[in-house]
Design a protein around this ligand. Structure first.
Ligand code: ATP
Ligand code: MG
Length: 395
C-alpha cells in the first residue's frame, strides 16, 4: 500500500436503510460504479465496500479526482468526497497529511475544527486529544485560522482504522441519491421531444426503474429533426441510467385514421390512448411492469384530471406520472440541471401539437371516449403493426 493515497469516499443514502435487501442493493451499486469508472479509465481504479461506504482508489496510487463528476451522477449515491488514506499511523504522519489536505482544500484559512473518529480503540490517546494535537499543528502552520467547534467553515475529519482516513464534509460533492440504476424492474417511458417526459424519465430512473423509451412520430407531418431530438434525449438520459433502449414507432397511419373517425375536440385524448395502448404492447414484450409519462395535472387541456381520467382502461399497467404535481417552472429547473432542456427546446414539434384542435375538450367523459374508440375498426391491428415495424435504438 502507498504511504499516502488520494481516494474517493462514496456515501449511499437510502439503500443503507433497506434491511434484508441491503446487500443486494449495495452489490448492484458497486457493480455500476465499477462499470462507470472502467468506462472512463479502464483498469486503473478499483472500487470496494468498506465500513458502510464505497472507496475508490488508483491501482498504482494515482488520484481518482477526475472521476468525481461521473460518480456523483450515479443514482443511489448521496455524496462523493475526495480524501486521503495513510498507511503509516504515526502522529507525525497524520499531522503532516492533515496539514497538506487542509491547505489543498481550504487554502484561504477560516474557522475550523478537527473531528477524530478513533474506530481502532488500540490507537493511543483519546479522540479529543488527537483532534487538539492536529488542530494546534494546523493553527501554528497557517495564518489567520480560528478554532470554532460549532458550525466551523471547515471540519477536518480524521478517522483512525487499520489505515487513517482524512477527509472533510466541506469537500463533499452531492450525488442524486435515489436507488441504484435498474434495481427496481423495467418501465416503458413515453418519451416525446418536449421538456416534461425526459424529466419524468430521469425521476423514474432515479428510483431504480430500468427505462425503455418509446417515441411516436408521424412523418411527414413531423420532421426527421424532431426524431433526432428524441434520439439525443434518450442518449443523454442513458448517461444517467447506464443504457436505454428507444423504440421509435411510426404513428402516421393511426393518427390519420383516428383524425378521420374522431370529433376534433377529442382527438388529443384518442391519440394519447393509442400511444398508451402501443406502449402497453411494448411493455409486454419488454416484461415491463409500468408505463411512465410526463403528464402534470392541469398543465394543458390533455392533462386536466378529467383528461387523465379518460385514459382509464387504455392500459392495465400502472401509469407512473412522476411530474403529476409539479409546476412547470420546477420541471424546467430539473431539465436545466440534468441538461435535457437545451435539447427539448429545439423548435421541432412532436406529433400531438400538429394535430392539436383549436378547442380541445378539457372535461372529456370516459364513457363517450370509450364508445368512440370501440367503433373504430382495425385499431388493435394497427397498434400491433405499428409496434412490429418500429425502429429500435440501443444507447
Ligand atoms: P412533453 O413536454 O413531455 O412533451 P407535453 O407538455 O407536451 O409533454 P403532452 O403532449 O400532453 O404534454 O404529452 C403528455 C405526455 O404524453 C408526455 O409527457 C409524454 O409522456 C407522452 N407523449 C406525448 N406525445 C408523445 C410522443 N409523440 N411520443 C411519446 N410520448 C408522447
Ligand atoms: Mg409534448
Amino acid at each position: 500500500m502507498q504511504p499516502t493515497t488520494e481516494i474517493l469516499l462514496i456515501k449511499y443514502g437510502e439503500i443503507a436503510l433497506r434491511g434484508g435487501n441491503r446487500r443486494f442493493y449495495e452489490d448492484m451499486l458497486l457493480r455500476f460504479i465499477r462499470k462507470s469508472i472502467n468506462a472512463i479509465s479502464p483498469e486503473q481504479f478499483s472500487a470496494y465496500k468498506e465500513q458502510g461506504r464505497f472507496v475508490v482508489q488508483g491501482v498504482d496510487g494515482q488520484s481518482p479526482a477526475h472521476l468525481i463528476p461521473h460518480i456523483c451522477r450515479i443514482f443511489g449515491i448521496s455524496s462523493v468526497c475526495l480524501g486521503i488514506r495513510l498507511a503509516n499511523r504515526t502522529m507525525e504522519d497524520i499531522m503532516n497529511a492533515s496539514l497538506d489536505y487542509f491547505k489543498a482544500h481550504n487554502p484561504n484559512g477560516t474557522t475550523f475544527r478537527v473531528t477524530t473518529k478513533r474506530a481502532d480503540k488500540k490507537f493511543p490517546g483519546k479522540s479529543d486529544q488527537i483532534s487538539a494535537q492536529i488542530g494546534s499543528h494546523l493553527f501554528n502552520s497557517i495564518l489567520n485560522l480560528q478554532v470554532k467547534l460549532a458550525n466551523p467553515d471547515f471540519n477536518l475529519i480524521v478517522e483512525i482504522r487499520n489505515s487513517v482516513y482524512i477527509y472533510s464534509q466541506n469537500v463533499e460533492v452531492a450525488g442524486p441519491s435515489g436507488l441504484p440504476p435498474a434495481s427496481a424492474g423495467k418501465g416503458v417511458l413515453l418519451l416525446s421531444g418536449g421538456i416534461d417526459s425526459p424529466v419524468a424519465g430521469y425521476l423514474a430512473a432515479k428510483r431504480g426503474i430500468d427505462i425503455t423509451a418509446i417515441y411516436f412520430h408521424s412523418p411527414p407531418y413531423t420532421s426527421e429533426r424532431a426524431k433526432e431530438k428524441v434520439i439525443d434525449l434518450a442518449q443523454h438520459l442513458a448517461a444517467f441510467t447506464g443504457k436505454i433502449k428507444l423504440i421509435v414507432v411510426n404513428f402516421t397511419d393511426i393518427q390519420l385514421h383516428l383524425t378521420e373517425k374522431t370529433p376534433p375536440e377529442k382527438i388529443t385524448i384518442m391519440l394519447k390512448r393509442s400511444m398508451l395502448k402501443i406502449a402497453d404492447l411494448a411493455a409486454q414484450n419488454e416484461k415491463a411492469l409500468a408505463l411512465i409519462t410526463g403528464d402534470a395535472v392541469g398543465q394543458v387541456a390533455s392533462q386536466t384530471l378529467h383528461s387523465l381520467h379518460s385514459m382509464t382502461g387504455a392500459t392495465s399497467l400502472p401509469i407512473l406520472r412522476p411530474l403529476a404535481t409539479y409546476d412547470k417552472k420546477d420541471i424546467v429547473s430539473i431539465a436545466e440541471k440534468i441538461e435535457t432542456y437545451p435539447i427539448s427546446i429545439r423548435p421541432f414539434d412532436d406529433c400531438c401539437t400538429l394535430f392539436l384542435p383549436k378547442h380541445p375538450e378539457t372535461k372529456p367523459k370516459l364513457s363517450i371516449i370509450q364508445s368512440i374508440e370501440s367503433r373504430i375498426e382495425n385499431l388493435e391491428e394497427m397498434h400491433q403493426t405499428a409496434l412490429d415495424t418500429a425502429e429500435i435504438y440501443n444507447f
